[in-house]
Design a protein. Structure first.
Length: 166
Protein backbone atom coordinates (compact mmCIF):
# COMPACT_ATOMS: atom_id res chain seq x y z
CA UNK A 1 0.00 0.00 0.00
CA UNK A 2 2.03 2.91 -1.23
CA UNK A 3 0.67 6.35 -0.64
CA UNK A 4 2.29 9.73 -1.19
CA UNK A 5 3.52 11.18 2.05
CA UNK A 6 1.95 14.48 3.00
CA UNK A 7 4.75 16.36 4.76
CA UNK A 8 2.24 18.69 6.36
CA UNK A 9 0.68 15.76 8.22
CA UNK A 10 0.20 16.40 11.92
CA UNK A 11 0.19 13.48 14.31
CA UNK A 12 -3.24 12.95 15.77
CA UNK A 13 -4.13 12.35 19.39
CA UNK A 14 -6.08 9.31 18.19
CA UNK A 15 -2.98 7.78 16.62
CA UNK A 16 -0.83 8.40 19.69
CA UNK A 17 -3.58 7.06 21.97
CA UNK A 18 -3.94 3.88 19.94
CA UNK A 19 -0.16 3.45 19.93
CA UNK A 20 0.06 3.82 23.70
CA UNK A 21 -2.86 1.41 24.18
CA UNK A 22 -1.24 -1.17 21.90
CA UNK A 23 2.09 -0.83 23.72
CA UNK A 24 0.21 -1.33 27.01
CA UNK A 25 -1.50 -4.48 25.70
CA UNK A 26 1.86 -5.76 24.44
CA UNK A 27 3.44 -5.18 27.86
CA UNK A 28 0.50 -6.85 29.64
CA UNK A 29 0.89 -9.96 27.51
CA UNK A 30 4.58 -9.95 28.33
CA UNK A 31 3.86 -9.44 32.03
CA UNK A 32 1.84 -12.65 32.03
CA UNK A 33 4.09 -14.66 29.73
CA UNK A 34 7.53 -14.00 31.21
CA UNK A 35 6.72 -15.22 34.75
CA UNK A 36 4.88 -18.17 33.16
CA UNK A 37 8.04 -18.93 31.15
CA UNK A 38 10.22 -18.85 34.26
CA UNK A 39 7.73 -21.04 36.14
CA UNK A 40 7.43 -23.60 33.32
CA UNK A 41 11.21 -23.79 33.06
CA UNK A 42 11.54 -24.20 36.82
CA UNK A 43 8.97 -27.03 36.74
CA UNK A 44 10.89 -28.77 33.95
CA UNK A 45 14.14 -28.26 35.86
CA UNK A 46 12.60 -29.86 38.98
CA UNK A 47 11.35 -32.82 36.93
CA UNK A 48 14.79 -33.48 35.51
CA UNK A 49 16.72 -32.62 38.70
CA UNK A 50 17.52 -36.24 39.47
CA UNK A 51 19.04 -36.86 36.06
CA UNK A 52 21.61 -34.05 36.26
CA UNK A 53 22.38 -34.49 32.59
CA UNK A 54 23.56 -31.77 30.28
CA UNK A 55 20.68 -32.16 27.81
CA UNK A 56 18.12 -31.74 30.58
CA UNK A 57 19.42 -28.21 31.03
CA UNK A 58 19.41 -27.61 27.30
CA UNK A 59 15.74 -28.69 27.20
CA UNK A 60 14.96 -26.03 29.81
CA UNK A 61 16.64 -23.38 27.65
CA UNK A 62 14.81 -24.61 24.55
CA UNK A 63 11.47 -24.48 26.36
CA UNK A 64 12.19 -20.95 27.56
CA UNK A 65 13.25 -19.84 24.09
CA UNK A 66 10.15 -21.36 22.50
CA UNK A 67 7.84 -19.72 25.02
CA UNK A 68 9.53 -16.34 24.54
CA UNK A 69 9.34 -16.57 20.75
CA UNK A 70 5.68 -17.61 20.92
CA UNK A 71 4.95 -14.66 23.19
CA UNK A 72 6.49 -12.23 20.72
CA UNK A 73 4.54 -13.74 17.83
CA UNK A 74 1.32 -13.39 19.83
CA UNK A 75 2.12 -9.75 20.58
CA UNK A 76 2.62 -9.09 16.87
CA UNK A 77 -0.85 -10.56 16.24
CA UNK A 78 -2.31 -7.78 18.41
CA UNK A 79 -0.67 -5.09 16.28
CA UNK A 80 -1.57 -6.85 13.02
CA UNK A 81 -5.16 -7.26 14.19
CA UNK A 82 -5.36 -3.53 14.82
CA UNK A 83 -4.01 -2.68 11.36
CA UNK A 84 -6.24 -5.19 9.63
CA UNK A 85 -9.27 -4.06 11.62
CA UNK A 86 -8.60 -0.46 10.62
CA UNK A 87 -8.37 -1.43 6.95
CA UNK A 88 -4.72 -0.38 6.78
CA UNK A 89 -3.81 -3.61 4.95
CA UNK A 90 -5.91 -5.73 2.61
CA UNK A 91 -5.18 -9.07 4.32
CA UNK A 92 -4.35 -10.28 7.79
CA UNK A 93 -1.22 -11.82 6.35
CA UNK A 94 0.09 -8.51 4.98
CA UNK A 95 -0.78 -6.78 8.27
CA UNK A 96 1.12 -9.48 10.19
CA UNK A 97 4.11 -9.24 7.86
CA UNK A 98 4.27 -5.49 8.30
CA UNK A 99 3.78 -5.63 12.09
CA UNK A 100 6.42 -8.36 12.54
CA UNK A 101 9.05 -6.50 10.56
CA UNK A 102 8.35 -3.23 12.39
CA UNK A 103 8.25 -4.97 15.81
CA UNK A 104 11.67 -6.48 15.18
CA UNK A 105 12.93 -3.11 13.83
CA UNK A 106 13.86 -4.73 10.52
CA UNK A 107 11.52 -2.41 8.64
CA UNK A 108 9.12 -3.26 5.87
CA UNK A 109 8.60 -2.34 2.27
CA UNK A 110 4.89 -1.99 3.11
CA UNK A 111 3.39 1.14 4.62
CA UNK A 112 0.09 1.71 6.35
CA UNK A 113 -2.03 4.70 5.39
CA UNK A 114 -0.47 7.94 6.52
CA UNK A 115 -3.02 8.17 9.31
CA UNK A 116 -1.29 5.21 11.05
CA UNK A 117 2.35 5.73 10.06
CA UNK A 118 3.47 6.93 13.48
CA UNK A 119 2.59 3.47 14.77
CA UNK A 120 5.59 2.06 12.87
CA UNK A 121 7.85 3.67 15.44
CA UNK A 122 5.56 2.76 18.30
CA UNK A 123 5.61 -0.92 17.27
CA UNK A 124 9.40 -0.73 17.33
CA UNK A 125 9.25 0.76 20.84
CA UNK A 126 7.07 -2.13 21.98
CA UNK A 127 9.49 -4.59 20.40
CA UNK A 128 12.53 -3.00 22.01
CA UNK A 129 10.88 -3.01 25.44
CA UNK A 130 9.75 -6.61 25.22
CA UNK A 131 12.96 -7.92 23.66
CA UNK A 132 14.92 -6.35 26.51
CA UNK A 133 12.65 -8.06 29.03
CA UNK A 134 12.87 -11.37 27.16
CA UNK A 135 16.65 -11.09 27.07
CA UNK A 136 16.71 -10.66 30.84
CA UNK A 137 14.56 -13.79 31.27
CA UNK A 138 16.68 -15.82 28.86
CA UNK A 139 19.87 -14.65 30.58
CA UNK A 140 18.41 -15.73 33.93
CA UNK A 141 17.65 -19.18 32.54
CA UNK A 142 21.08 -19.45 30.92
CA UNK A 143 22.82 -18.34 34.11
CA UNK A 144 20.99 -21.04 36.09
CA UNK A 145 21.94 -23.63 33.48
CA UNK A 146 25.60 -22.62 33.56
CA UNK A 147 25.69 -22.44 37.34
CA UNK A 148 24.16 -25.91 37.71
CA UNK A 149 26.56 -27.27 35.10
CA UNK A 150 29.60 -25.79 36.86
CA UNK A 151 28.43 -27.17 40.22
CA UNK A 152 28.08 -30.65 38.69
CA UNK A 153 31.50 -30.44 37.09
CA UNK A 154 33.02 -29.25 40.34
CA UNK A 155 31.35 -32.08 42.28
CA UNK A 156 32.53 -34.63 39.72
CA UNK A 157 36.04 -33.23 39.90
CA UNK A 158 36.11 -33.46 43.70
CA UNK A 159 34.76 -37.01 43.56
CA UNK A 160 37.46 -38.18 41.15
CA UNK A 161 40.28 -36.32 42.95
CA UNK A 162 39.41 -37.84 46.29
CA UNK A 163 39.82 -36.28 49.74
CA UNK A 164 43.63 -36.68 49.87
CA UNK A 165 44.34 -34.64 46.73
CA UNK A 166 43.75 -31.29 48.43
Amino acid sequence: MTETLDLAYVTSIEEVSWGLALIAVTMMIHAVAMPATIEACAALRRRRAHSGRFFGGVRVLLLGSAMIATTHLLEVIVWAGFFYGQGAFPTGSSAYYYALLQYTTVGSDLSPPQRWQLLAGMIAMAGLLTFAWSTAVLLTLAERFQSERLQRLDAESRATDGPDSR
